[in-house]
Design a protein around this ligand. Sequence first.
Ligand code: GRF
Length: 218
Amino acid sequence: MKNIVILISGRGSNFEAILEASRREHWETAIPARIAAVISNRPLARGLETARREGIETVAVDHKLYPTREAFEEELARTVDRYKPDLIVLAGFMRILTEKFVSPREGRILNIHPALLPLFKGLDTHQRAIDAGVRVHGSTVHFVSAALDGGAIIGQAVVPVLPSDTADSLAARGLKLEHVLYPKVCRAVLEGRVTLKDGRAMMDDETARSLAVFSDAA
Ligand code: GRF
């Protein structure tokens, strides 16, 4: 049985989408894999409540209680490793992870970023996309490397940018597709159909096609 550990900071809707897919598609027997724990750096994250309600183990590692980023990260690493994760899924996890956390786990950590990388790294991506006048926007799931939003791209979801859009309406349209994309990527990585090699995500054409998600899919 492969263990998935999900790291969140807030709402946790991507975690919920992964949980729903894992149940609908019977990941426990089909892969086999299960969500072993949900960990948050914010003790009041809504996603933690959801996880508890669904009978999934939760842990809060509150970054505010640690004097330095390193001290927080060491405790986070200890907590994550307790679940012997085959896959670590950052789903709205809002702390930057340093090389020390990332390196020993490279190829096993995923993140979702709300933009079509390599465009719009960092925060405020929806407003920045509107300001730039792009006609498509979306989200990217990538392997995590020590460079912020810089790891190898695995899959992307694409939505139109409409003249009437605000940052919020664009974010909502994008989020719907994240919920389609992220579970698919998790499953493909867990099944060994996607691997990290020499800084690139390796997969066959069929997998790549399934991990390019367009807005009529949601
Ligand atoms: C998503 O928009 C994701 O792209 C970004 O943070 C948001 C998380 O939302 N990294 P949720 O907590 O999964 O609902």
